[in-house]
Design a protein around this ligand. Sequence first.
Ligand code: PEP
Length: 251
Amino acid sequence: MLRKKIIIGNWKMNKPPSKAKILTKALSFAVPEDREVVICPPFVSLDVVKKMLKGRKIKLGAQNMYFEESGAYTGEISALMLSEMGVSHVLVGHSERRAIFHETNKEINKKLKIALEYKFTPVFCVGESLEEREGHMTEKVIERQLREGLDGLKKSDVLKMVIAYEPVWAIGSGQTATAKQAVEVHKHIRAFLSRLYDKELSEEIRIIYGGSVKPDNVDELMSKPDIDGVLPGGASLDAAKFTRIVGFKAK
Ligand code: PEP
């Protein structure tokens, strides 16, 4: 089964509307047929980016979302709101959300469920810290994130997701996992999902890598059959670097 490569740019807390406009304009290239491209601006810039993407193949993603639909949750943004903004993808469980905002696997599970209800493609992020890697805990940590994050979800739900393996020690650190390290974990995730669901799911689901992806390491990562795409953060803020990572072609 062909897993189409997907590249997701996470702008994090950068690019207010004025700057988002400039960056989106600089990405005015055709998306290669064999790739899917998503950009995730901050909430306040979704509208301007959405308007600029009209008629283009780049998709719009959100970086987070609350699991309740509406109510007294000051400062939060719901799936209902994001669907009105024209969002198609949503990052769930990014390591910065887990570490800085203390998001738990239980909350991530609720977010995945509401994201699916609203027909978004959830991009479910998992990954180990440096301490966990050095303590040979990588597989255990990721298995737990997957088991608890996917609790109660059917095979057909999980197949709608993208899993992003993002080792915490590689995010924003300039220290990319080697392609070999990434492939090892991707293979492990597939094997675990095969046990949790079945072989078919493990072969169909897309697993992408994130953590200091740059123009000079993207080709090797993307050349691996087990790596179905990448999730650059810092490099997605630079039009030339993102263009190179995506492989945009001039129109
Ligand atoms: C990310 O934002 O998920 C990420 C991987 O960031 P960076 O590419 O900057 O490490």
